[in-house]
Design a protein around this ligand. Sequence first.
Ligand SMILES: *Cc1c(COP(=O)(O)O)cnc(C)c1O
Length: 380
Amino acid sequence: MSFIPFNKPCIAGQELWNIAQAVQREHLSGDGWFTRQCCEWMEQQFHARKVLLTHSCTAALEMAAILCDIRPGDEFIVPSYTFVSTANAFVLRGGVPVFVDIRPDTLNLDETLLERAITPRTKVIVPVHYAGIACDMTAIMEIARRHHLPVVEDAAQGVGSSWRGQYLGTIGHLGCYSFHETKNFISGEGGALVINDERFLERAEIIREKGTDRSRFFRGMVDKYTWVDIGSSYLPGELTAAFLHAQLMESGKITERRLAIWQHYHENLAPLEQQGLIRRPVVPPGCCHGGHMYYLLTRTPAERAGLIAWLAERQIEAVFHYVPLHQSPMGRQLAPHTPPLPVTEDLHARLLRLPCFCELQPGQIDRVCAAVTDFFARSS
Ligand SMILES: *Cc1c(COP(=O)(O)O)cnc(C)c1O
């Protein structure tokens, strides 16, 4: 019985060829030919005003926090059920997280709880598109508009996914993508900042280039470049961009594969849901996703632990994630007065992720589903 890992990086085919091309071009630092190609492709494909490659989604979120001018004591609204970087990027600027509960169907920020979390100190709203399935961006943008607040989308898992026809990351004022090897399109480590609001354009380039006006210099707009703002080095080298370009050029095929895997799981596991033994992911109307993740919810935390062990015995690696941030040591310290977040506290302990990667074969999916089904046949 062969081992089925939880993830395996997807290789599109042209990566090494592209890297050789980058070496031949003799430009290996950032913002060379491949970086430009990647950005232009995403701008066209996703109808984005401007895309800047970064070395991670974490870096893109840090840039967003600087652009939103987060100062010590400023509040930012974020779901507790997310990866640490969503909050950490703003905390680095002195921001104070205000954790909001999630919706039970999508595990995304509950837009009906958003408005009451806004205070005079609120500086930005940071929704996360969990599993690449969109938040209700219509409701979130409407509330943000009324309160004159910028929205930064954490679309790490939603590159190429959409909400009512608009690509995730392009709806808020800023959007953040990840190309980490666990995501849909990868470059090892990698990310991008999507800039949808004109007023952030110039400063974003400066922050990314160590706080200098180097980009303006290269466009011939200034005759020498100098230190003009705070910043850091947020740009990836060309080898990373060359790798990513190969992935983006095959993104249609990659998404097709992932969606087929997702659908296969969804159909095979339907009977267990009908018997009330598990809950499957919910995709609300208006959401187009890229099959980033397949998860299920067990009835109890103990049942999840049992199922993980059961699958491990059968050489299948299933995992769970996200200790709710408000219950983490840092979260408790930064937001000690967070009220109970009942949906987050319940669902995080019952969620189980199944293997999901391009090369996963139909026979392997059947084996995973059969093992899950056997577990419930034995225990119920
Ligand atoms: C993966 C992920 C990140 C971090 O992405 P990196 O590219 O590894 O920095 C941030 N937020 C969410 C929701 C993620 O899934």
